[in-house]
Every structure is written in structure tokens, then in C-alpha cells.
Design a protein around this ligand. Structure first.
Ligand code: GCU
Length: 658
């Protein structure tokens, strides 16, 4: 039986699955072979398209002739599919049902091209088996963080005011969008697990099961963030010590019940001993002890624990220059390499600090060869404009994934435990608040499927699907506003990798000294002579020495350190000459003026598209551009004035600095 295609509520943007994107498929004669729930999903998709556009679909029959056959040839868990075309027929085969679903969306992506000419048989297979989104969604509205922590797209898709939101049709539509870009796992609640959310694990697991049921037809497994203190908060035990027999039994029992409710449950996500969350340190145990206890509870059911490596001292004394937050994840976890259970995945943020616009790759990646690592990216734009600024992160993510921390293996290859992104989606009609931020979600899916993919090509795919039939002019314009937007954002915000300089708490907008004397460990050390953090091994915190030899050498000296990371690794005088030939201070002035000019230009391009794109989308983006420009000017003026006043060095071009 075909499964009906989800219909999201009136007014919800179709994102990259508008009906028109299904026209090429929907005008054809299609044969589907195979059985099972995901084949029913495929059948439903094709049936809806054919009904709309006049094609025809048959299941397990032999109608002649037909244009496309989608064939399930086995029952395994493989997600790969093959695509070929010959003798006027397009054929997709897969040995596992999710493979068939991905094959279908591949045909949609190709559009008419899937039905033209000849194609040699190609096999498409995801490089990473886990491609996951972590939702930082709270069930109850948190007094400080709201419904979604660091969420910029309205409320949660899953929860509202302490309850399940209950809009499962919208959740199904979400699952459909995710499957169409290759994502196969979702964690449905915040890594900071507050009192209400803790109960999702036990007495409220039914609500999680409903979400899992809505996502399952699109090949997505559901995961849950849990609190390490659950045996105490939920089970009434006196301890949560991971080596205590009673605690281990409690987790085994609770986990068995989770699997009764959700047989294909993916596993747990845990933030422990980090930013105030409970963890094994209270009992003198290690992160491996903690993770392995949960791994043991999950193992009989095929689940995985994602143990986050975001652990650092968040009560630092700013006067103490020996403590370096950037060092923390490596210092905590590298000694534990080899101790983690096979179904424990260490989830590492891509940079050593916290999702800044520019950070080096975390030295932890590559330093734990006997541990399964997942790399965590942030699609929600906490530090990159909060979905009020256009900031397409594809190029940054791709740089990270292609970097080779050691000879041979790239970050994408070292992420054997998967690629994870903090979701940028909410109940907003455009899903992501800023309609152009949809491109980040789509690109993340593509990079998780293939970390070596060309992000520009993924952007083109997104444009092709989201704007079916786009003229060359529209296509060019969309590329223009998106492709360089990350570098533009970098130009008008914190310079040369120094990071932060944001308003404390909500993290939007400039405040150069906002975190300078705080306990969070995010300093820039600007004075009248210079700026930046000395993280060299010779004279600094030693962080640079955490890298493998080749990279340690590059970062150790200001002469070899790449310009864009100079202030992350070194404290230099304002007159220090960059490889570009400019001094640091002149670079700061120039990039801040350029960044704003680039926003002005992009805004003009967007305004010229009125009438060419859907009016609601156009209006929303135009409104966000007005705010982006205001904010970019604010950044420019605060940063430039701050450094002019500190250094006393005038702008060589004599522009207005306040
Ligand atoms: C950042 C973010 C927090 C989040 C944390 C995490 O610090 O500001 O809101 O909880 O990252 O990744 O755990």
C-alpha cells in the first residue's frame, strides 16, 4: 500500500521539495518492485507525483513499456543504491529499503536529466553511516534559553509549553525533507537535559515513540539526550556512579523499556561534566566509565551512546593565563583512547572552542585512533548571525572535512562515528527562520553523505530543487548572495580567528570585551600594543603542540601560521605584517569596511529578485537583510573604533572611524 505523502499545514514553505520538483518523475510510467514500509513510502511519493502530473505507477507488475523502475533486491540495512539508464529506461536498484528511498530522491534531484540519454551504472553509497541532527529543543520553555536553546526558527517542531506538540504531520514532512538530503538520525531534545526533559527517558517515552513513528517511514532513527543523573532523578537511587551495580541495572532496565516502545531506537546523547551537567567526575570515575556503562545498557539492543567531548573549565579566572579552554577536550579525552566500548561514540565539536566563524580543526580529531569519533557541526547559527544574517556554512564545513590532521586521513574519514549537526530548524513556516538558511541544512546532509563533496555543487542542487525551473539569472543571483556569505560574515565580525567578541548570553551582535573578564575562557587579550592569544608551545599555553608534528610546526610560529588563524594562535603587535602584506590593524579596518560593502551589494542583488521568487520568501529575506546590514555596520563601527582607540593607529585610507 502506498503511504500518503505528508501534507504540512497551510503556509509552510515546501523548502527543497516543492511539487514542481516531482514533475519529471510524475509524468512517467514507473514500476516499483519490493515490499516493506519504506517501499510503501517510495510508492506513496511516486503515486502522488503521478496523480498530479499524469504519469502512472505500478507495483510488482510487468507493465510494458515503462520509463523508470525502482527495485528493491534484498532486505539488508545497506543505504546504497545504483542508478543507470539504457534502452530508454532508467533503473534504480537497492539491496536495502532506505537505499531505494535515497535512489528515488536522487531521481528527483536529477529531474529531466534522469530520463535523458544513457547513464552507465553508478553506485551511490554514503561515506558515513550516521548522519545526524541534534535538536537543542526543550520540552518546557526554559526561563533563559526558551523553547529551543540557540534556536532561531521559532518554537520546536516536537514540543510546546511542556508537552508534545502533537503535529506529527509536520514531523513527517520534516523527516521527508531530511531523507531527501540524506540525513538518517535525529536527537529530539536538548543536550542540556532539564527536569521535565529527563522524563522523556521513562514515563514520557511514549511521546518520543510518537515522534519516532513519524520519522521512521523516511528511514530516520530517533535518539534521545539523557541526563547522567537519571538513576537519581528518575529512579530514586542514592547515586549515579557508573560502576555501581544498582545504577547499571537501572540503566539496563530503563533502556530495555525504551526499546519496547521504540524497537529501532538509535541511542543516547550525553553531555556530562560540562557546563554544569552531571557526570562521572562526581564519583571519581572517568568519561570512559560513564560512556561504557550506557554503552553496555544499549548494546543488547543495537544502540549507540554519543558521548560529547565538549568538556572544559567554565569557571576560569581570566587572570590565569596557564589555563586554556582550547586545550581541554584533548587533555581530557586523549588519555582515554582505547577505553571506550565499540558502541560508544565520542562526539567532538569541529573546533576546540565553540563554533566560531573561524577556528582550527580540533586536535582531538586524529589523536584517538582507537575510538569512534563523530564530528559535530553547528547548523543553528549561534555565532554566525542567528539566521538573521545570510551565512552559508558549506565552505567552512567542507574545509574542515577535507583537512588532513595526519598523513592520509581527512577529518571526513576520521569521523567514523558519523557527522552530526546541531539543527537550525523550528516551527517557523520557512523551517529555518531565514529562508536561505535552508541551504545550510541541505548542505549538511550532502556533506554527511559525502564529506568530500563539492559544497558549490550541493548549493546548486539546493537551488535546483528549491527553485525549480530557475532562470540562469536567478541561479546566478542566488549563488552570488550565498556562496561568499561565510567569508563576508567573517570579515565584519571578530578578526583573524580571535573569536567571540559577541554580546554575552545571547551571543548576537558585537561586544569586544563582553567576555574578556568573564569565567568562560574566551579571551582576546587586546592591549595598546597588540592582540591575540599565545597558544604556541614555546611561549604560550602549549595548545599548538597538541597537533601532529606537521600541523604543530605550521601553527607554532606567526611566520607559518595561516593569516586567518593568526590571532587564535599568537599575540602579535598591531604592526605585524600578514602574508597578505597588510598589517594586522590595517587588515582589521579593511575587512570591516569590505564586509559591510559586501552585505550592501548582496542586499541589492536580493532586492532585484522581487517578482522572480515567491513573494513571501522574498519579503522574509529582504526583512532579514535590513537587520543584517544594520548589524554588520554595528560590528564594523564597534570593532574598528575599539582597535583604533586601543592602538592609536589611524586607518591608512582615512575612512570614518568613531
Ligand atoms: C555552547 C552553547 C550552549 C550549548 C553548548 C553545548 O556553549 O552556547 O547553549 O549548550 O554549546 O554545545 O553543549
Amino acid at each position: 500500500m502506498p503511504l500518503p505523502v505528508p501534507v504540512p499545514p497551510e503556509g509552510v514553505d515546501p523548502a527543497w521539495l516543492p511539487e514542481q520538483a516531482f514533475r519529471p518523475l510524475g509524468t512517467r510510467r514507473v514500476l516499483i518492485r519490493g515490499s516493506g514500509p519504506l517501499v510503501d513510502t517510495v510508492h506513496g511519493e511516486v503515486a502522488a507525483a503521478c496523480e498530479r502530473f499524469g504519469g502512472r505507477v505500478d507495483r510488482d507488475a510487468s507493465p510494458e513499456p515503462f520509463d523508470l523502475s525502482l527495485e528493491l533486491t534484498g532486505t539488508d540495512a545497506a543505504e546504497a543504491f545504483t542508478f543507470e539508464r539504457g534502452a530508454g529506461r532508467t533503473t534504480v536498484t537497492a539491496s536495502g529499503p532506505s537505499g531505494l528511498l535515497y535512489g528515488l530522491f536522487h531521481v528527483v534531484r536529477l529531474g529531466e536529466a534522469a530520463f535523458r540519454g544513457e547513464h552507465r551504472r553508478e553506485r551511490h553509497s554514503p561515506a558515513l553511516t550516521l548522519r545526524m541532527l541534534d535538536h537543542w529543543d526543550n520540552v518546557a520553555v526554559h526561563p533563559v534559553m526558551g523553547q529551543v536553546e540557540r534556536g532561531y526558527a521559532g518554537g520546536s517542531l516536537f514540543w510546546a509549553d511542556g508537552r508534545a506538540r502533537g503535529d506529527l504531520e509536520r514531523v513527517r514532512a520534516y523527516g521527508r525533507l531530511l531523507a531527501a538530503c540524506g540525513i538518517n538520525a535525529v536527537a529530539v531534545n536538548n543536550v542540556n537535559v532539564h527536569a521535565t526533559e529527563a522524563h522523556l527517558l521513562t514515563d514520557r517515552i511514549g511521546e518520543v515513540a510518537d515522534i519516532a513513528g513519524a520519522l521512521r517511514p523516511y528511514g530516520i532513527r530517533t535518539h534521545l539526550s539523557v541526563t547522567f543523573a537519571a538513576p537519581m532523578v528518575l529512579g530514586g537511587l542514592a547515586t549515579a556512579d557508573p560502576l555501581d551495580e544498582g545504577v547499571r541495572e537501572w540503566w539496563a532496565g530503563a533502556t530495555a523499556q525504551v526499546y519496547e516502545a521504540i524497537p529501532d531506537f538509535g541511542g543516547y546523547v550525553v553531555k556530562a561534566d560540562s557546563e554544569g551537567q552531571p557526570g562521572p567526575f562526581a564519583y571519581g570515575r572517568s568519561h570512559a566509565d560513564g560512556a561504557n556503562m550506557l554503552a553496555a545498557a544499549l548494546a543488547p539492543h543495537g544502540g549507540t551512546v554519543h558521548w560529547r567531548a565538549f568538556v572544559y573549565d567554565h569557571r576560569q579566572d581570566w587572570r590565569d593565563r596557564t589555563t586554556d579552554r582550547a586545550r581541554a577536550a584533548y587533555d581530557h579525552f586523549v588519555p582515554l583512547d582505547g577505553e571506550f566500548a565499540p558502541n560508544a561514540v565520542l562526539q567532538v565539536k569541529h573546533g576546540p572552542m565553540d563554533f566560531q566563524v573561524r577556528e582550527p580543526v580540533s586536535p582531538l580529531i586524529g589523536a584517538m585512533p582507537h575510538t569512534r569519533l563523530a564530528v559535530e557541526l553547528q547548523a543553528t547559527q549561534e555565532y554566525t548571525g542567528q539566521q538573521r544574517h545570510v551565512c552559508w556554512l558549506g565552505p567552512m564545513w567542507s574545509e574542515v572535512l577535507r583537512l588532513r590532521p595526519e598523513e592520509g586521513a581527512s577529518v571526513g574519514e576520521l569521523a567514523r562515528g558519523g557527522l552530526v549537526a546541531v539543527s537550525n530548524v523550528g516551527d517557523d513556516p520557512f523551517w529555518t527562520g531565514h529562508p536561505l538558511a535552508q541551504a545550510n541544512l541541505y548542505t549538511f546532509g550532502g556533506l554527511a553523505w559525502s564529506p568530500q563533496a563539492d559544497p558549490g555543487q550541493l548549493l546548486d542542487e539546493w537551488v535546483g530543487l528549491t527553485y525549480p525551473g530557475a532562470s540562469t539569472g536567478l541561479w546566478e543571483a542566488l549563488r552570488k548572495v550565498l556562496s561568499g556569505s561565510w567569508r563576508t560574515y567573517e570579515k565584519y565580525t571578530a578578526p583573524l580567528g580571535v573569536g567571540f567578541m559577541v554580546q554575552p548570553g545571547h551571543h548576537y551582535g558585537p561586544s569586544v570585551d563582553g567576555y574578556e573578564y568573564s569565567p568562560w575562557g574566551t579571551y582576546h587579550f587586546a592591549d595598546r600594543d597588540g592582540v591575540g592569544v599565545d597558544r604556541s608551545a614555546a611561549t604560550g599555553t602549549g595548545y599548538a603542540g597538541q597537533y601532529t608534528k606537521a600541523w604543530a610546526e605550521v601553527y607554532e610560529s606567526p611566520e607559518t601560521c595561516p593569516d586567518e588563524l593568526l590571532l587564535f594562535f599568537h599575540h602579535v603587535p598591531y604592526g605585524h605584517e600578514l602574508k597578505s602584506g597588510k598589517t594586522v590593524i590595517q587588515h582589521i579596518y579593511d575587512t570591516h569596511f569590505e564586509g559591510v560593502a559586501e552585505v550592501e551589494a548582496a542586499m541589492e542583488v536580493w532586492n532585484s529578485l522581487a517578482g522572480l521568487v515567491d513573494p513571501a520568501r522574498h519579503a522574509r529575506v529582504a526583512e532579514r537583510y535590513a537587520e543584517q546590514l544594520r548589524s554588520a555596520r554595528e560590528w564594523r563601527d564597534q570593532i574598528n573604533s575599539y582597535f583604533f582607540r586601543k592602538s592609536g593607529v589611524p586607518d591608512a585610507a582615512g575612512r570614518v572611524i568613531h
